[in-house]
Design a protein around this ligand. Structure first.
Ligand SMILES: Cc1cc2nc3c(=O)[nH]c(=O)nc-3n(C[C@H](O)[C@H](O)[C@H](O)COP(=O)(O)OP(=O)(O)OC[C@H]3O[C@@H](n4cnc5c(N)ncnc54)[C@H](O)[C@@H]3O)c2cc1C
Length: 359
């Protein structure tokens, strides 16, 4: 029996604090034959990038920009989980996860469990706050799904960054993700140090729509989120039998906040890893992309007003397929070099040497 089949034949308990599925919209680019195709509520083969200087349209070859609604996703996944006899779901709040030499103890409000392996995705910023001199930005956002009375949107095209708005000395942009000619998710997103109040997000979205001449609409749903953007090594807190996964495991791409596909990739890598090793401490490996993220984040942390300019240079000077490969941590060294040369050389070289000497 392979190691993975051995693990999959064990009793598996999923502990989740809430029965209600959160409303999240996941977007990511992927190849035309993406394994997620059957989950998609929308896909686009054209994308747009905008700043106050340029508006760039890109036609995607052999790939699409995709949208998954979390509620659709959970419905299918939960059905699949329910069909497995050895998997059980418990709705309860985890209070503590403690590793012991041979296993892991998990205490919930109502129960206590001992497990040989634990996969933990409970959000936890405490280790970062206590131990890090690394800089953290937040990707924070609020989105409205709106239905307009008139046909307003070109639903063949997704705007993935519209920086042509007041930056207020930070990095601020809009997503426009049209699902039809009169329905779209409009999301106000910031890469900055502090969240805004609900009122501020709402006011900015409302003003943005007004500026586009959209006034006759109703909001059908909204969603909010905060994604940590940090190079902090959460895997330091993995033990032999306990692994932190997802955003809590540091699986978010620090410089963009994109996580969905990284979780997908890391999960597959973890399965392969578990065939060979049963020690989670050995799973994470730092790659050169960690250093790129680190430099980019440091620049953006200290020069937060430069975000629009930096992304403009990235999108203006490179082919879209190469940009996506780079942001997926899958580009070649030559392409990395070309892409990094699109950024201001003095600023990035200075930050590069600072980073180098800190490590
Ligand atoms: C609104 C939103 C939109 C996003 N959009 C994108 C996107 O477009 N593209 C992209 O790549 N990434 C996106 N992300 C980032 C990332 O993909 C998601 O946050 C993703 O859901 C992270 O998965 P996770 O498993 O790490 O954490 P989560 O999905 O947050 O899972 C953690 C789980 O732990 C449970 N939990 C928490 N505390 C306890 C406890 N004490 N006991 C028991 N259970 C507990 C929670 O209920 C939750 O179900 C988005 C994030 C948000 C918040």
């Amino acid at each position: 029996m392979s190691k993975i089949n051995y693990y999959l034949s064990k009793k598996i308990l999923i502990i989740e604090s809430t029965k209600e599925d959160v409303n999240k919209t996941w977007c990511f680019w992927d190849s035309n034959d993406s394994k997620w195709n059957s989950f998609l509520s929308k896909k686009w083969s054209e994308i747009n990038f905008k700043s106050s200087n340029v508006s760039l349209d890109f036609k995607l070859d052999n790939m699409t920009y995709n949208m998954i609604k979390s509620k659709d996703f959970f419905k299918t996944i939960k059905k699949s989980i329910e069909s497995k006899l050895n998997v059980e779901t418990l709705y309860d709040e985890v209070l503590s996860v403690d590793h012991e030499p041979k296993n892991v103890k998990v205490k919930t409000k109502n129960h206590s469990f001992t497990a040989s392996k634990v996969f933990n995705s409970i959000p936890n910023f405490t280790p970062y706050k206590k131990n890090s001199d690394l800089k953290m930005l937040l990707q924070h956002f609020k989105g409205w799904t709106i239905k307009t009375k008139n046909k307003y949107f070109d639903d063949k095209k997704a705007t993935i960054m519209d920086f042509s708005i007041d930056q207020k000395n930070e990095t601020r942009f809009f997503y426009i993700l049209p699902v039809s000619s009169n329905e779209a998710l409009i999301e106000y997103t910031l890469f900055s140090k502090k969240e805004l109040s609900d009122f501020e997000y709402d006011q900015e979205i409302s003003n943005y729509l007004k500026g586009k001449g959209i006034s006759d609409y109703k909001i059908t749903s909204n969603e909010k989120g905060v994604i940590p953007m940090t190079c902090f090594d959460y895997s330091k807190y993995n033990t032999k039998n306990l692994i932190n996964i997802g955003t809590s495991g540091g699986w978010t791409k620090p410089s963009t906040g994109y996580t969905f596909k990284f979780i997908d990739k890391k999960s597959s890598q973890l399965l392969i890893f578990m065939e060979e090793s049963d020690d989670f401490r050995k799973f994470n490996k730092k790659t050169r992309f960690w250093y790129y993220d680190r430099i980019f984040l440091d620049v953006l942390y200290y020069q937060n007003h430069l975000g629009s300019h930096l992304f403009e240079r990235l999108f203006k000077n490179n082919k879209i397929e190469k940009i996506f490969k780079f942001l997926d941590n899958e580009s070649s060294l030559i392409d990395d070099l070309k892409i990094t040369l699109s950024f201001p050389k003095f600023l990035f070289t200075k930050t590069f040497f600072k980073t180098l000497f800190k490590h």
